[in-house]
Design a binder for this molecule. Structure first.
Ligand SMILES: [Zn+2]
Length: 192
């Protein structure tokens, strides 16, 4: 099943997952918009449809991957749904003392090929770290995918990259943030 970017963003809007305000992102950068993907993915019907659509895009690359991997927590459901659509295993990496690692007995065999997926790509930092986990385990990263790319398509990960919708949302360092300068305080969404 395919979904065009408008349909994808419509789902996010309907679910109240596209927030406006003054936010501190996971990367530490500030922005006036935030995507709360959990509000979309809490509905299994949307999670499955988005996973199907991303899987359909990525598998056009050719052979099926051996696995799909995401960084915890935000990416877990995306990896699960994409893996389900492809019929391969879905795993995740999680932080231990700040370092992203494979835990829970997950393994990647030498030469195994994987897709790295996320819910939202902002700077590509978490995707890059997850790619590193795959490479260190001896695996191969075939492609990277996300439900939303909010970098305006500018993030280069060195592998083919897929997103169901691309947003161009400005991000600011806290020192340069115009919202901070106007006296408002950034909030970290999802922490409540
Ligand atoms: Zn700010």
């Amino acid at each position: 099943m395919t979904m065009d970017p408008k349909q994808v963003l419509q789902i996010f809007k309907e679910q109240g997952a596209l927030l406006e305000g003054h936010f501190r992102l996971t990367s530490g950068l500030h922005s006036d918009r935030y995507l709360q993907c959990a509000l979309v993915l809490q509905n299994p019907k949307h999670a499955a449809a988005l996973g199907d659509a991303l899987a359909a895009r990525m598998r056009k690359l050719g052979d099926l991957p051996d696995f799909v991997i995401a960084p915890a927590l935000g990416g877990i459901l995306v990896a699960h749904e994409v893996a389900r659509a492809l019929g391969v295993r879905g795993i995740f990496a999680e932080r231990q003392e700040g370092i992203l690692k494979l835990r829970r007995g997950f393994t990647i065999g030498p030469g195994e090929r994987g897709y790295v997926v996320e819910d939202v790509v902002t700077t590509g930092g978490s995707t890059r770290e997850t790619m590193e986990v795959v490479l260190q385990a001896g695996g191969i990263v075939v492609a990277a995918g996300s439900l939303i790319d909010r970098s305006g398509g500018r993030t280069d990960l060195g592998v083919p990259r897929f997103a169901l919708a691309v947003l161009d949302v400005p991000i600011y360092s806290p020192e340069e943030c115009p919202l901070c300068k106007s006296g408002s305080q950034a909030i970290k969404p999802g922490s409540r």
